[in-house]
Design a protein around this ligand. Structure first.
Ligand SMILES: Nc1ncnc2c1ncn2[C@@H]1O[C@H](COP(=O)(O)OP(=O)(O)O)[C@@H](O)[C@H]1O
Ligand SMILES: [Mg+2]
Length: 342
């Protein structure tokens, strides 16, 4: 199961449209997918044509989790078709943040829900987030294996992307996974010189771009008025075609990625960082390990390849004792080796 969070604090940059139709497009390929609307504006819920869902929305699930009430997630999941499931949102979800402000579990709620859905065998869980970096977005980032950042052609959406990455870095020693980031240009107008120039610039500075850009297509807007996914509304329009191609590109790229669980047994350590070829050997907060059940760990996604790495345990550089593959370094110690070619 992989969790994809669509996030950008900039509103109106296409998060909901992409999240809904990306999920629907995966389901169309017979990939079992659950879409979760985590935005109190409930736009994904509306997009799919569900109006009053206040009896079984994500808020009710969070209520159960907060009050420790046993529940079956199936009772809260709407089945759109055998491969496409959905959990709705509602406006009152917005009030939860202030109620939970001091609670340590506030950022764990989505994670706890997702753990409960494990037996339902979803291959992908897609999360649509609100246009801010509040606790709902932080919940979704904490769970994410992959973050897709929609960018419409504006400097504000790029700014949103930068802020998102800063947040992941700030919360580094709290997040057990370092997600993989992809960017995706949307609301793209081929006839606009500014849009073309924006795309050229982005291609130069961002290497994690999904392609093609999703064009501005009225059918994507129409679909939301009709309460339909683009594939239910008009599967042959440009919007549907672009999203299908993006999914193809995504699935191809994800095949080249490996998840690595780094672990370190250092019971008395105060802080541990992972450094290696993949982060230019720099001590960065997003690569801080997290202590869980007495062990330090971090899941990191890396492209296929060969890597050298070390841990920095309270300022001491050390190889990974649990990994027999190592080479001598220039300082009389060892680098640990990782082979992710297979
Ligand atoms: N590719 C697109 N073509 C045309 N309209 C789009 C496209 N993507 C989004 N929209 C429209 O732009 C507006 C904002 O998109 P939305 O997905 O709600 O953004 P966000 O979730 O980031 O606020 C909506 O009215 C939506 O219908
Ligand atoms: Mg939205």
């Amino acid at each position: 199961m992989k969790i994809i969070t669509f996030a950008n604090q900039k509103g109106g940059c296409g998060k909901t449209t992409l999240a809904v139709n990306f999920a629907a497009g995966l389901a169309k390929r017979k990939i079992k997918t659950l879409l979760i609307d985590l935005d109190p504006q409930a736009h994904a819920t509306l997009y799919l044509g569900y109006k009053d869902q206040s009896n079984n929305s994500i808020l009710k699930i969070f209520d159960n989790l907060i009050k420790n009430i046993e529940f079956d997630p199936k009772n809260y999941i709407i089945s759109r078709n055998p491969e496409f499931s959905f959990i709705s949102s509602e406006i009152e979800l917005g009030a939860l943040e202030s109620e939970l402000s001091e609670k340590s579990y506030a950022l764990e709620l989505l994670k706890r829900l997702i753990e409960k859905t494990e037996t339902l065998n979803f291959e992908y869980i897609i999360v649509d987030t609100p246009p801010n970096l509040g606790f709902l977005t932080l919940n979704a980032l904490k769970c994410a294996d992959i973050v897709i950042i929609p960018l419409e052609c504006s400097i504000f959406s790029l700014q949103g992307s930068e802020n998102l990455k800063k947040i992941v870095s700030l919360f580094g020693n709290y997040y057990e996974k370092l997600p993989l980031f992809f960017h995706l240009i949307t609301l793209f107008d081929k006839r606009s010189n500014f849009n073309k120039e924006f795309l050229r610039k982005i291609e130069k500075i961002i290497d994690s771009l999904l392609s093609p850009p999703v064009r501005n297509n009225i059918h994507l807007k129409e679909a939301s008025y009709l309460g339909k996914t683009i594939f239910e509304h008009n599967p042959f329009c440009r919007g549907a075609q672009d999203i299908e191609k993006v999914i193809e590109d995504f699935l191809k790229k994800i095949k080249e990625i490996r998840a690595v669980d780094f672990c370190c047994e250092a019971h008395s350590a105060q802080k541990i960082y992972l450094v290696g070829d993949f982060n230019n050997w720099q001590r960065r907060e997003e690569y801080a390990l997290v202590r869980k059940n007495g062990r330090w760990q971090k899941k990191v996604y890396l492209p296929k390849g060969k890597y050298r790495y070390k841990f920095i345990i309270d300022n001491n550089w050390s190889h990974d004792n649990s990994n027999p593959h190592k080479e001598t370094d220039n300082f009389g110690g060892y680098n640990s080796l990782l082979n992710l070619e297979g």
